[in-house]
Design a binder for this molecule. Structure first.
Ligand SMILES: NC(=O)c1ccc[n+]([C@@H]2O[C@H](COP(=O)([O-])OP(=O)(O)OC[C@H]3O[C@@H](n4cnc5c(N)ncnc54)[C@H](OP(=O)(O)O)[C@@H]3O)[C@@H](O)[C@H]2O)c1
Length: 244
């Protein structure tokens, strides 16, 4: 009698939370981790886009649930933490991807509300999610926290100072938390992508065919979460091969 070969899925049994999963890089990461066998908890603010993502992942044989959450809202982030703990009792992978840009002018002309929006989403959001989920990972004695930063977190960005500050800050946060948690076998990594063809920012002056794709960033996430236990890739910068 012919036996059905069971496909090897490297993340079988693991649970992954992806923020900003309603489109772009986050959606690509959610899809990729689902094909590797992880149960995906996809979060973002837009419930319709999230539901569509979750449905398309399930139609392709993966597992995904949509959990709307604004990363700047502590109560909502804590509710996601409680829901994941109750349902799964573990978290293996947290991808802090939700982010917004602001490239509209000089810092001294930037309205304080816009500064708050950028910093609260790009820097406070990852802090809230780490605060909500690190204790669960510590109890499980393992985990990956992957923060999606930017090359803007390593370079000056004229007319995008708040965005640059949020990403330079995220790089510092990531390296510091990595040292806090690596003793407990939790690896905190940061990915710094260059221009990636999504709805983010204004890419009209660029040649989109030369830009990175969201799937390129998802590929890096896949590499990080499949490292051997003794290996810790802490930071990856990724650029398009040709300048777009
Ligand atoms: N594209 C690039 O060129 C590029 C380059 C380097 C780094 N990055 C970084 O990559 C990450 C993803 O960017 P992307 O290109 O995929 O952008 P995108 O297509 O605009 O997607 C951004 C995602 O973040 C979510 N989001 C925004 N504010 C949120 C909030 N307050 N709470 C929860 N979710 C929120 C959005 O969902 P909702 O609107 O549904 O909430 C959406 O799913 C960002 O951190 C960005 O800084 C992008």
């Amino acid at each position: 009698m012919a036996e059905t070969a069971k496909q090897f899925l490297p993340l079988d049994g693991q649970v992954a939370v992806v923020t900003g999963a309603s489109r772009g890089i986050g959606a690509a990461v959610a899809r990729r981790l689902a094909t590797m066998g992880a149960k995906i908890v996809a979060t973002a603010r837009n419930p319709e886009s999230l539901s569509q993502l979750a449905q398309s992942i399930r139609e392709n044989g993966g597992q995904c649930e949509a959990v709307p959450c604004d990363v700047t809202n502590l109560a909502q982030v804590e509710a996601v933490g409680r829901a994941v703990e109750k349902k799964y009792g573990r978290l293996d992978i947290l991808v802090n991807n939700a982010g917004i840009g602001n490239f509209q002018g000089k810092l001294h002309e930037l309205p304080p509300d816009d500064w708050d929006r950028v910093l609260n989403t790009n820097l406070r959001g990852p802090y809230y999610f780490i605060r909500a989920f690190a204790p669960l990972m510590i109890r499980g004695k393992s985990g990956h926290i992957i923060n999606i930063s930017s090359l803007a977190g390593k370079n000056p960005v004229p007319n995008g100072a708040a965005y640059a500050a949020s990403k330079w800050g995220l790089n510092g946060l990531s390296a510091s938390v990595a040292e806090e948690l690596r003793g407990q076998s939790i690896r905190v990594s940061v990915i710094c992508p260059g221009s990636t063809a999504t709805e983010f920012g204004d890419h009209s002056a660029k040649n989109e065919s030369k830009m990175l794709t969201a799937e390129d960033i998802a590929q890096v996430v896949a590499m990080i979460v499949t490292q051997a236990p003794q290996s810790f890739v802490s930071e990856i910068s990724i650029r398009p091969t040709q300048k777009p």
